[in-house]
Design a protein around this ligand. Sequence first.
Ligand code: FAD
Length: 518
Amino acid sequence: MVEDIVIVGGGTAGWMTATYLKASFGDRLTVTLVESKAVSTIGVGEATFSTVRNFFRRLGLSEPEWMPRCHASYKLAIRFENWRAKGHHFYHPFERPRIVDGLPLADWWLHDGPSDRFDRDCSVLAALCDAKRSPRHLDGGLFEEVFETGEARDMARAIPEGHGTQFPYAYYFDATLLAQFLSEYGVERGVRHIQDDVLDVRLDDDGSISDVLTKDHGAIRGDLFVDCTGFRGLLLNKALGVPFVSYQESLPNDSAVALRVPVDVATHGMRPCTTATAQDAGWIWTIPLLDRIGTGYVYSSAYTTPEEAERTLRAFVGPEASDLSANHIKMRIGRSAESWVKNCVAIGLSSGFVEPLESTGIFFIQNAVEQLVKRFPGTWDDESLRRSYNRQVGDVMDGVREFLFLHYYAAARSDNAYWRDAKTRPMPDGLAERIEQWRTTLPDENSVFPRFHGFEPYSYTAMILGLGGLPVRPLPALGRLDATAARDEFQRVRAQASALIDRLPGQYEYLVHQAAGF
Ligand code: FAD
């Protein structure tokens, strides 16, 4: 029976895995986590996906219990600046367009929208981001009850059917504080925590891992080993020799430089969204936390140098950046050919990573631990469990690669080689046909990447309409349908957004209130 789990790595992946396994299986498993004091964690990874709340819920943690400890804040959307043209911005919100007379409001907007701002005309979250509002009232209540009632269905984790509700936010947190918080949670529930360096990974005759040899604690044996060693892939890639499949051909950004910038949030307020600002060789993220801003330039080393990228980032941040030290990171873009081989499962950066444009790294981790629990082995007889696990996690990453590819391909911007080349790179299989279809029919369930990857058709629509580089046409049938209900709906969106801005507190005000215990 598989009972003793050894996790190597104590970054976000290691601790999310340890705590989720404990929360799911309790004392029916032993979990040991080994992490090096000498090898630091990646030090970035602060923005998440709206499904992440299911992770905290499985751990039985409410927002007031964990958010203040991790300096967490809310994320309602991603704001894309300069992707279409310099000075232009739009939002990709966690909000599906409403349905009017059987068609998404996006279709009606394309036919006869009230303005040239799809995001503002079809979504209330765009306005809340502009106004720096919290999605919760000061009494803790969510701004729309309908989202709370939709939660049970979202727990099922499949793409929700139809166009019901999309939970309206995710979180930002300080990754170091989260790892600390989760390590306390895990150790209290029996996770054995060893701080030591793994020097060697030793294999049995059949090629599975027998133990990891540590510097001060000797050999640590286990039935199942989880490789959370980040881009090193110490167990899966190095010891077991599982090849890494690069996505570099379609996603060329392979480097990043990051800064942690202290800001006076009380004065400036906090926009509840990531800002992704397009640059000459990539884009800069700006993420608001309770006491600072996380920012970084994700770029392709084929188009700029680390020195130039750091200069660009410092100029972007301004004088606040002058005394701060920058963290340069080389990124491995792609995925392990298989994430679970023999008795070793890679989770986190060792399994795979695409650039952080849609904040999917932690989503990949959460998806992987959920799938691992679902397909947890009884003994080692069942190869089909491993196969279906590998297929599912591979599909998720391949699907996200395709969605990110579209961000560059469909961006109207083409003012230098970096942005022009984005239009001619080799496309992932099947995408060319899908794009052709989207020119006449906006993305729907039948035309996006067909397997679960976290993004629904509405996200593709939001990006295509915001990026502006892919010509799309309204459905001819709309010219023959009565548009009165759609016009009413556009007005309703506007009225609801302005009422919410009046009623909701600022995000900073809310978070201070939450930290004080309401
Ligand atoms: P790491 O943080 O690298 O941890 C590796 C662990 O392995 C460490 O504890 C280390 O000590 C240990 N280790 C290594 N070697 C040994 C050894 N020999 N012995 C013992 N221990 C060892 N994701 C998001 O969801 N949202 C984002 O906004 C986001 N932004 C990102 C920005 C950038 C530039 C990058 C590169 C990534 C970003 N990610 C983001 C991804 C996210 O950072 C990672 O998915 C997440 O931090 C998990 O990392 P990890 O735990 O796999 O690896």
